[in-house]
Design a protein around this ligand. Structure first.
Ligand code: PLP
Length: 390
């Protein structure tokens, strides 16, 4: 540990294997995983079809180069575009990189339309990643200040502030895009209002701006559809995703349709690893497993088991201020701040997380069984009962 840069506050546990919604530590003690490595293992640990795809691909070919055609990449793009209204995909290695792609795409779009310094409208409370562009787009001063100067070209408005968006439309002629995290994850599972999302779509259409959604966390089945926008009924021009796409293998994607789909051309953008045969084979297994039985339908089922479990042990319903989120992005905000709750949960052999400082964040896998989900909820209820104000 000591020779690793201390960039993370780590809990004192090491896992050696995983199966479905359960992780086992070095003594083979099981822990219920209600976090999925932060929305990554949406199909659970060691999913047989993903494991098989990874094994077969490693035995055949791991990496070539984007200098050549890559069949696994073309297949994955075809699968993603068949299941969404997007038509073209760029593959990269992470959520931050997928956001960088959307930022470059928006700027390129602006330049193509004669805007010299194209601006991107972003929202307070949004998280888009840690690279400089994505960090500059993020609406959280705590993670930004130490790394100034940030990238210019972002205009920040409050979440759900349709009026602010309307007035930008009247005041400015240098906006290229609006970039939105439709259900803000890192800041505490805060869904944007449907009204705001629809207004953003309308204003973008009226102004000729691109609308892009950051579905790094909300995508890949987690919110009860392959991508949350499909359930919300608001179709952006650009969607970025990562996390659950590879179920643990690093892959991100920036998908687009319409004018945005073919904006980036040879020489504009690239990455060495992005879309390599191994990660694409894993992601294809993920997408096929999700879509074959519409596995995303389990999101609401598992969510309900968890919330039933919470209420089965909760001493006082008034100790919860709000339950937020969609499908398996679950935010539970207790009246008393859940400080140290990750540690207390770990003692109960449950993996959860606190987001935004005030909200218990649960991101369990779609494959979590009903009784496991009920158990997760029951432990969370007890943890909330044990909160003490200070
Ligand atoms: C996690 C996350 C990112 C960053 O993804 P990385 O793979 O960590 O770079 C970006 N946007 C959202 C919404 C996220 O949840």
């Amino acid at each position: 540990m000591s020779s690793i840069m201390p960039t993370y506050g780590r809990l004192p546990v090491t896992f050696t294997r995983g199966d479905g919604a359960v992780l086992f530590d070095h003594q083979d003690i099981p822990y219920l995983d209600a976090l999925s490595g932060i929305a990554v293992t949406n199909l659970g640990h060691s999913h047989p079809e993903v494991t098989k795809a990874i094994l077969e691909q490693t035995q055949t070919l791991v990496h070539t180069s984007n200098l050549y055609r890559i069949a696994q990449q073309e297949r994955l793009a075809a699968e993603l575009t068949a299941l969404t209204s997007m038509t073209n995909v760029f593959f990269c290695n992470s959520g931050a990189e997928a956001n960088e792609t959307a930022i470059k795409l928006a700027r390129r779009y602006g330049h193509n339309n004669g805007i010299q310094t194209p601006q991107i409208v972003v929202l307070e409370g949004a998280f888009h990643g840690r690279t400089m562009g994505a960090l500059s787009a993020t609406g959280n001063k705590a993670v930004q200040t130490a790394f100034a100067p940030l990238l210019p070209g972002f205009i920040r408005i409050d979440r759900d502030d349709t009026e602010a968006l309307e007035s930008l439309a009247h005041q400015r002629d240098d906006i290229a895009a609006v970039h939105i995290e439709p259900i803000q994850g890192e800041s505490g599972i805060r869904p944007l209002s449907l009204d705001f999302l629809k207004s953003a779509r309308r204003i973008c259409d009226e102004q000729g701006w691109l609308l892009s959604f950051d579905e790094v966390q909300s995508g890949n089945g987690r919110c009860g559809a392959l991508y949350a926008f499909q359930r919300l009924g608001v179709t952006p021009d650009v969607v970025v995703t990562a996390k659950g796409l590879g179920n643990g293998l690093p892959i991100g994607a920036c998908m687009a349709r319409g004018d945005a789909a073919k904006l980036l051309v040879a020489g504009d953008h690239g990455t060495t690893y992005g879309g390599n045969p191994l990660c694409c084979a894993a992601a294809s297994a993920v997408i096929n497993t999700l879509s074959r039985d519409q596995l995303w339908d389990r999101a609401d089922i598992v969510r309900n088991y968890i919330l039933e479990g919470v209420h089965s042990t909760l001493a006082d319903p008034a100790s919860i201020r709000e339950v937020r989120g969609l499908g398996l992005m679950i935010g539970i905000e207790p009246v008393i701040r859940p400080d140290n709750l990750m540690v207390k949960a770990l003692e109960e052999r449950l993996l959860i997380n606190v987001a935004g400082g005030d909200t218990i964040r649960l991101l369990p896998p779609l494959v979590m069984r009903g009784e496991e989900a009920h158990e997760v909820g029951a432990i969370v209820g007890q943890l909330i009962n044990s909160l003490e104000s200070n």
